[in-house]
Design a protein around this ligand. Structure first.
Ligand code: RIB
Length: 302
């Protein structure tokens, strides 16, 4: 079966330490638990699509190490098409060093490994996947020229193109914006993209309007417990977040995006797909780790 969603992006092994608080610079801090789980924004989003009812293919790279085999296996077990996952010889797989504190905040250091070697040509080899897809999703954990090529190709093919601008370090190249149908920053990413302070619905709306003026089709600013703001040229709508007790927010944004994409390809309206993604993300934050926290369709209320 041809996948309706293609994710072009990163695969990381997450090395997760939980501690009462995050360490200060120069400090050595005793943690409480440690575990290793498959993650990476791209892979997490692909897993979310698959678990939430969508067919999905992954295009990315791992290294020729044990983590690479585990990362690929974690996707295959979900029924994700991994034909587009390459193995880079003599290179490590991507890793993310994650510390989570008692209030469920996290900080993450990423070493890209094979993700950093994903070229536009490598994605182009899987153009048939892009042609067959309805939705194409990118993030910013692979090289910028690869993201740029994929966004442009997706737009040229008339697909619905989602960019999750994470991690964001500054404004996007202006030529990218017209190729993006849905731009999905969180608060800090919206700040990085626009230079505006974003901490509530009004400031999120201002940032989203700036991004629309720059050429993005529609913008969804995810605001954590404050919900999500959807802004299009026709207007804006706020979607409150389901109330839950958060244990670990890692991959909550990825779960939202995967749920949103899975909803779109199931034929949901945009607003319904946003609410569906929010319900999935809300469940994910009640669990620990990246891919293990992502719920299955059957776990969501009808
Ligand atoms: O979005 C969460 C992800 O960010 C983690 O799984 C980690 O790998 C980093 O890429």
């Amino acid at each position: 079966m041809q996948a309706k969603v293609v994710v072009v992006g990163s695969l990381n092994m997450d090395l997760v330490a939980r501690a009462q608080r995050l360490p200060r610079p120069g400090e050595t801090l005793a943690g409480e638990t440690f575990f290793t789980v498959p993650g990476g924004k791209g892979a997490n989003q692909a897993v979310a699509v698959a678990r939430l009812g969508g067919s999905v293919a992954m295009v990315g790279n791992v290294g020729d190490d044990a983590y690479g085999e585990q990362l690929r296996a974690a996707l295959e077990v979900e029924g994700i098409d991994c034909e587009g996952v390459g193995v880079c010889e003599g290179v490590s797989s991507g890793v993310a060093l994650i510390t989570v504190d008692a209030s469920s905040q996290n900080c993450i250091v990423i070493v890209p490994g094979g993700n950093g070697l994903l070229t536009p040509q490598a994605v182009q080899r899987f153009d048939a996947l892009l042609q067959a897809a309805e939705v194409i999703i990118c993030q910013l954990e692979v090289p910028a020229d690869t993201v740029a090529w994929t966004l442009a190709r997706g737009h040229e093919l008339g697909k619905r193109v989602i960019l999750n601008p994470a991690p964001a370090t500054g404004p996007l190249p202006p030529e990218w914006l017209p190729h993006i149908d849905y731009l999905t920053p969180n608060e800090s990413e919206a700040e990085a993209l626009t230079g505006l302070v974003v901490n509530d619905e009004a400031s999120a709306r201002a940032a989203a309007q700036q991004l629309l003026q720059l050429g993005a089709g529609k913008v969804i600013v995810t605001l954590g417990a404050q919900g999500a703001l959807f802004v299009s040229p026709e207007g804006s709508s706020h979607y409150p977040a389901p109330k839950v007790k958060a244990l670990d927010t890692t991959a909550a944004g990825d779960t939202f995006i995967g749920g949103f994409a899975a909803g779109l390809v199931r034929g949901l309206e945009e607003g319904e797909a946003i609410a569906f993604g929010q319900r999935a993300a809300a469940l994910s934050v009640t669990r620990v780790g990246a891919q293990p926290s992502i719920p299955y369709l059957e776990e969501l209320d009808p």
